[in-house]
Ligand binder design. Structure first.
Ligand code: ADP
Ligand code: ZN
Length: 737
């Protein structure tokens, strides 16, 4: 350190050193200025190590002017430039754009783009073994050693594990051979980590309407200009095959492709199809990658060696040098919304990234969001539609079961018509599925003696019984406790009873009703990761399962050829509560679940158990007229300027101290912006009024579409001093409210 300072002081006496703006991956208000010492060449976007307090931090040489008002002596020197591909101008602009739109510190967004500082380290070259150039004479060559030497006969180096496996020997044999001088360590050649997908491998022959849609997408990609297309079509209509053609076109152009999937862990079938179509696996990007894979993938993307990336929303921040197309599959899914840290919607930001990259953006869904459907209607997005299922498969017939007329037996949850339908389906040797979007055994537990309901100590939420694990669990904060022997309120012994069903309870009922059926539960507890999901899907495809019982995991894009019946245990579940999009989301989810039935020759049937068969949601599903439903939704939202016909932002005020939360929320309410086309609702308790021990209040800012919310929010927040024990989180375009 001392040496460096001397060097710079000397240079400073001649002429001031050039200055550099460096954005650090930290939630700071802005970029910091540094000096570039002599002899250091810094290009824009370069990753640089700089001092910050007593630490050394890696940041990025950022755009914009340094502050000439900063005195020379306040500035510190850049320490080093890292050996990593500089961040592209497009990605830098994207980071700035997302920060400005979400009102997040740019450094917090940069952090996502750097994924983890360790991602920048060049992957260490790997070492393996090769045949010794001059093996000593007279060493005993056992048959095992002979096999190793045979594998190495071509002179190439092999990784240890691979070599031992190929030769069928234990790793200790290799060590022995190295000690004896028969083999020697050698660096392995750097292999491209991702084999290039072959765009020109023939895919399935597309139907005329698929071909037409594929041609339109291909033309959009070939134009090398930004455009967004909404690709719709019922489940099973062949949308995936169509957007594969857009990916193929980007590859032919030598550009990269990014596909965002809402649940990458549940995408084994998708990946398998991709491999079949393109002859190689895509690069994967999600939160569960090992740090090494993360590092290698990040590099490969930056160096253009990962032609196709499939990922969760965070993949949007990867350093693609030349992105040709972004596909957002199941664009309506709320999983694309990130609710923690930088609060952003990956679907919307995908459109922005595509615009900055001069790339095509393709949004795909059988049940598009009202946002995207409206954008397609107004012509902001191009629209492509596939009207029918592939192979002439019919859409399933959807019927509502009126639970008021056909109630289940006492203590049961499956109605006689649903039980009969499952029995018939199983008798025909076909598969059935029961869908209930609730994990665990029972969503609530109460005391029979005093009526007390067991609540989470940290949240405004009931504790959910997980009977198999013998415990109660909060699905919001993760709190876990044993099922109490006696009521914590009145002390009555063994008085607690489960109220309502979760998938475990439906499983119990199914075991009783169909003792010979082979059952499989698909919920996040029983399907903890990609491997388990893939295994479950395979078992279903191979007909090792008769009846599937699952949460929303089963609603994903699965293709189960033998599944012909879907029963929705509680179709009303998502409709409770005051959420603006409750109906829209329920239609999307249930349509998606229904779409699992009858995907091949045999027709599918769907039964919706409901107390409100007259509800527009049930009507839309039964008549399969989603367009009419969405039109009615739009009509409901237009007059009040609700999204997408107006803009909305939420402020969530939270504190462990309830009075502090209330006071801050009240102060914000008093300072609320107003005027023509601007409205503030609240403060009111947030949907989860207490979460993880924090009391939460909410204010909603609603404006006309032509009024941006960001300047209003900035001005508003600047007016109110919020104490340290209160947090105010800004959520632009909130989804769950
Ligand atoms: P979607 O994405 O609209 O739900 P998919 O692309 O998954 O529909 O197609 C449904 C099924 O039909 C898949 O098994 C797919 O492989 C098959 N399929 C779609 N288009 C074709 C085609 N042109 N030729 C052969 N099979 C097709
Ligand atoms: Zn809780």
């Amino acid at each position: 350190e001392g040496k460096r300072t001397r060097l710079c002081a000397a240079a400073g006496s001649v002429a001031p050193l050039p200055r550099l703006r460096v954005l650090l991956p930290l939630p700071l208000a802005s970029a910091y200025d540094y000096r570039i010492p002599e002899g250091l060449a810094v290009t824009p976007g370069a990753f640089v190590a700089v001092p910050l307090g007593g630490r050394e931090v890696v940041g990025v040489a950022w755009d914009g002017d340094t502050d000439p008002g900063l005195p020379e002596k306040r500035l510190r020197n850049v320490i080093a430039v890292l050996d990593a591909p500089p961040m592209t101008p497009v990605l830098r602009r994207f980071v700035d754009w997302v920060a400005a739109y979400t009102l997040s510190p740019p450094g917090a967004v940069l952090r996502m783009a750097m994924s983890a500082p360790s991602a920048l380290e060049a992957p260490a070259p790997q070492s393996g073994w090769r045949k010794a150039a001059a093996p000593p004479e007279g060493v005993r060559i056992t048959p095992m050693r002979r096999r190793v030497l045979d594998v190495l006969a071509d002179g190439a180096a092999r990784a240890g594990g691979e070599l031992a496996e190929a030769a069928g020997v234990a790793p200790a044999v290799l060590r022995g051979m190295a000690d004896a001088g028969l083999i020697e360590p050698a660096l392995l050649p750097r292999r491209p980590r991702f084999a290039p997908p072959d765009a020109d491998r023939p895919g399935p022959e597309l139907r005329p309407e698929q071909q037409e849609a594929a041609d339109a997408l291909k033309a959009s990609v070939a134009r090398r200009a930004f455009a967004t297309t909404l690709l719709t079509g019922v489940t099973g209509s062949g949308k995936t095959e169509v957007y594969y053609e857009a990916i193929a076109e980007a590859l032919r152009q030598g550009r990269q492709a990014l596909v965002l999937l809402p649940e990458i862990a549940l995408s084994s079938q998708w990946l398998e199809r991709f491999r079949t179509r393109f002859g190689a696996a895509p690069a994967l990007w999600h939160s569960e990658l090992t740090s090494r894979t993360r590092r290698e993938t990040w590099r490969a993307v930056a160096e253009g060696e990962a032609p196709v990336v499939v990922g969760a929303r965070s993949a949007l921040f990867l350093p693609f040098p030349d992105l040709g197309v972004i596909v957002v599959d199941e664009e309506h899914e709320t999983a694309f919304k990130q609710e923690e840290g930088v609060v952003y919607h990956a679907r919307d930001m995908a459109v922005v990234r595509a615009r900055l990259s001069q790339a095509a953006c393709v949004l795909v869904s059988a049940t598009p969001s009202l946002e995207s459907a409206t954008n397609a209607q107004t012509g902001r997005y191009a629209a492509l539609h596939l009207p029918a299922r592939h192979g002439g498969a019919e859409l399933p017939a959807v019927e509502a079961v009126d639970l008021r007329r056909d109630p289940p037996e006492r203590g049961r949850f499956l109605s006689p018509p649903l039980v009969a339908a499952v029995t018939e389906t199983l008798a025909r040797g076909e598969q059935a599925m029961l869908f209930l979007n609730r994990r665990g055994y029972a969503p609530m537990t109460l005391c029979r003696a005093c009526g007390h309901r067991l609540r989470c100590p940290n949240c405004t939420a009931w504790l959910v019984e997980h009977r198999a694990a013998r415990r109660l669990q909060c699905h919001h904060c993760g709190h876990v406790e044993a099922i109490p022997e006696s009521c914590p309120e009145c002390g009555a012994a063994h008085s607690t009873v489960p109220i309502g069903p979760g998938v475990e309870r439906v499983l119990e009922e199914a075991k009783d009703l169909w003792p010979d059926a082979r059952l499989l539960v698909m919920a996040s507890d029983s399907i903890p990761g990609p491997a388990a999901a893939a295994a479950a899907a395979q078992a279903i495809q191979d007909r090792q399962v008769d009846l599937i019982i699952g949460t929303q995991i089963v609603a994903k894009g699965w293709h189960f050829p033998h599944l012909t019946l879907v029963g929705v245990v509680d179709a009303d579940l998502g409709l409770a509560g005051g959420d603006l999009r409750a109906s829209e989301r329920t239609v999307q989810l249930l349509h998606q679940v229904a779409g699992r039935a009858g995907r091949e020759e045999r027709p599918g049937r769907v039964l919706l158990q409901t107390f409100t068969p007259e509800h527009p949601v049930m009507q839309a599903l039964v008549s399969n007229d989603l367009d009419a439903f969405m039109a009615a939704e739009a009509d409901g939202r237009r007059p009040g300027h609700w999204p997408p016909f107006g803009r909305l932002a939420a402020l969530i005020v939270s504190s462990e101290d309830e009075r502090a939360a209330d006071r801050a929320a009240r102060d914000l309410g008093l300072a609320a912006p107003g005027g023509e086309g601007v409205e503030v609702l609240g403060p009111a308790p947030a949907p989860l009024a207490i979460l993880r021990g924090r009391h939460r209040r909410r204010l909603l800012l609603k404006t006309r579409r032509d009024i941006a919310v960001q300047p209003l929010l900035e001005e508003w927040l600047a007016k109110v001093e919020v104490p340290n024990n209160v947090r105010v989180q800004v959520d632009v375009d909130p989804v769950g409210f």
